[in-house]
Write a protein that binds this ligand. Structure first.
Ligand code: F6P
Length: 363
């Protein structure tokens, strides 16, 4: 009898931990006597020319700690399903979905494990509705996916941003400067607030709380009065001024979300103008997405991968694995997609920060 075969692909922007998930899936499947194949380049690998590789036991070597994804990924192309967070969700053309289904059937793939964020899981759901047996694994450094307490990649991005703040701290202090760190966070400020608190930031600007420069500069002035001659500001790329607009780079690409970036420089220039203090900006960019996963993410990815294989065995298709401490549980993919999990403006993280005098530019 032919071995049971499963497939896996990684979609959307990369992040630390993708390879750790691939490894956990490959190993857990091998343990059951199953065969695993990995499709290349995200969902594109399912279409002509179909591209995949065997993920045998040997192929798992070194994957736990390796950054990126050995399968490659893509957030564009024939499967570009998602444009703009809570905005409009495009239907993938029926013939594309059918072609992907045919590949899965032709290769005898019993289940397709789709690792991705909101956009990639939206595609997974459409494949599921077309008859492909899919299981989702939630990924994004932004941590903005619903139905799971945390996505993998987030902790690694926060560790990177916190390390950057530690470094900016010493140089800011030496020069009596204001330092603005721009971090990722398209629709939500999870990275900014988590790193901002962990890295001793003084002002945190997030998409959920519109700011005014008056309020931001008040923090700088108050610190000055208290003998603190430097200030650390963390700005999520999606943060915006009250009644202002998000800062983007260039025109909106067709079938893709706006390319964000530039808020840090805008904020730095305005602080310098208003306070007269020398201000510098550091844009962390894709450093947050590169490199290997933290130990927290290694563990989460391993748990997610093992549980995804378990869900295949239980036939829980159309579900994704989710972290609901202390367990990893199955949730319907439809519970996760099409909405954004935001930092609650009156939640514990914001309260904690405010209790310490950290400003959000809102008062
Ligand atoms: O969605 C994750 C994310 O890291 C966003 O925070 C960021 O805006 C985006 O990816 C950048 O993606 P790329 O540079 O791959 O287009």
């Amino acid at each position: 009898m032919a071995k049971t075969r499963i497939g896996i692909l990684t979609g959307g922007g990369d992040c630390p931990g993708l390879n750790a998930v691939i490894r956990a899936v490959g190993k857990a499947a091998a343990k059951r006597g199953w065969d695993t194949i990995g499709f290349h380049g995200g969902y594109e690998g399912l279409l002509d020319p179909v591209e995949y590789m065997p993920l045998d036991y040997k192929a798992m070597d070194g994957l736990l700690v390796r950054g990126g994804t050995i399968l490659g990924t893509s957030n564009r192309g024939r499967f570009a399903a998602k444009t703009g967070g809570e905005g409009q969700v495009n239907r993938i053309p029926g013939e594309i979905l059918q072609a992907a289904k045919q590949t899965v059937e032709k290769l005898g793939v019993k289940a397709l494990i789709c690792v991705g964020g909101d956009g990639s899981l939206t595609i997974a759901q459409q494949l599921f509705e077309t008859g492909v047996p899919v299981i989702g694994v939630p990924k994004t450094i932004d941590n903005d996916l619903e139905a799971t307490i945390m996505t993998f990649g987030f902790d690694s991005a926060v560790a990177c941003a916190t390390d950057a703040l530690d470094r900016l701290h010493t140089t800011a202090e030496s020069h009596n400067r204001v330092m603005v760190l721009e971090v990722m966070g398209r629709h939500s400020g999870w990275i900014a607030i988590a790193a901002g608190i962990s890295g001793g930031g003084d002002v945190i600007l997030i998409p959920e709380i519109p700011f005014t420069y008056e309020n931001v500069c008040r923090v700088v002035a108050e610190r000055e009065k208290n003998g603190k001659k430097f200030t650390l500001v963390v700005a999520a790329e999606g943060a915006k001024e009250a009644h202002g607009k998000i800062v983007t780079q260039g025109d909106k690409p067709k079938d893709r979300e706006d390319r964000l970036g530039g808020i840090g420089a805008v904020v730095a220039a305005e602080i310098e103008k208003r306070t007269g203090k020398e201000t510098r900006v550091c844009v962390l960019g894709h450093l947050q997405r590169g490199g290997g996963p933290t130990s927290f993410d290694r563990l989460l990815c391993t748990r997610f991968g093992a549980q995804a294989v378990e869900l295949v065995a239980r036939g829980k298709f159309g579900h994704m694995v989710a972290l609901h401490p202390p367990d990893i549980v199955p949730v319907k993919i439809t519970e996760a997609i099409g909405r954004i999990r935001k930092v609650p403006a009156d939640g514990d993280l914001v309260k904690t920060a405010k209790a310490l005098g950290i400003g959000f530019g809102d008062g």
